[in-house]
Design a protein around this ligand. Structure first.
Ligand code: MF3
Ligand code: CO
Length: 250
């Protein structure tokens, strides 16, 4: 069941979203060669708690997710668990952050280049972000979720990239994951109707190679099956009378 949000709810999700954006900005500065991913998690965790919020991911699911953020490197698509692995020059780091402030959740993710990366990696990051904005532009009243999905898919596939099928974007706000699912692939005109008050996280997960993924023995980390690098870009957005609005910005 889709629970549409009031204007006041959207303002509250916006507050959580501002915090998520501030955390991502701080992590972007800290994500340098030699840094351990657990150090990024500690920074994010302390910023979230200091703001009076709760990390949305910590304890989520089964087995309970053990950290405040996800840190996914190179062929890791999403849900990488922070640890003592050190970042190295030339790699891609996807960081996913969720925070719950006064009972409202916001969720966003970014892929950072660590030091200098290949032109191919830069393009993958850029096209993943562009794919998000194609989906964003389709998130208007009267459209359907399939219009968002199709816009994301068409852009990513026009570069020959693999669009991950097994994970999707989602409704967000009262809980971290709500209806509807927002796939990154689909058909125009299909799926739930988009209306004012819909709040969703749109999150393309795009592989340089094939679309297939698998899960590691830690039961969280998702990796590409062919070992190709992957990129992730996510914002929480609200559909309003004036069109879509990003909520996870400073
Ligand atoms: N943005 C991701 C998602 O919506 C983050 C979830 S991490 C989890 O799936 F630990 F909470 F699952
Ligand atoms: Co999400």
């Amino acid at each position: 069941m889709i629970r549409l949000k009031s204007k006041d709810d959207i303002l509250r999700i916006r507050k959580a979203g501002r915090l998520v954006a501030e955390v991502l900005a701080a992590l972007r500065e800290k994500a340098r060669p030699g840094v351990e991913t657990i150090e990024l998690d500690r920074l994010a965790h302390s910023m979230i708690v200091r703001a009076g919020a709760v990390p949305s991911f910590l304890g989520y699911g089964n087995p309970p997710y053990p950290a405040a953020i996800c840190t996914s490197i190179d062929d890791e698509v999403v849900h990488g668990i922070p640890g003592h692995r050190r970042l190295v020059e030339g790699s891609l780091l996807s960081v996913d952050v969720g925070a719950c402030l006064d009972g409202f959740h916001a969720d966003a993710a970014r892929t950072f280049a660590i030091g200098k990366v290949s032109p191919a990696a830069e393009q993958l990051i850029r096209v993943t972000e562009e794919s998000f904005w194609k989906g964003f532009a389709a998130a208007i009243t009267g459209n359907r979720i399939g219009d968002v999905s199709n816009a994301v898919q068409a852009h990513a596939e026009s570069f020959g990239y693999g669009v991950v099928r097994q994970l999707t974007g989602h409704g967000v706000g009262y809980q971290l994951h709500e209806d509807p699912d927002v796939p990154n692939f689909g058909s125009r005109g299909r799926g739930p109707r988009i209306e004012h008050g819909l709040v969703i996280a749109v999150e393309p997960m795009i592989n340089a190679g094939g679309a297939d993924v698998e899960i590691l023995d830690d039961e969280w980390t998702i990796v590409t099956r062919d070992g190709s690098p992957s990129s992730h870009f996510e914002h929480t957005l609200a559909v309003t009378e004036d069109g879509p609005v990003v909520l996870t910005v400073e």
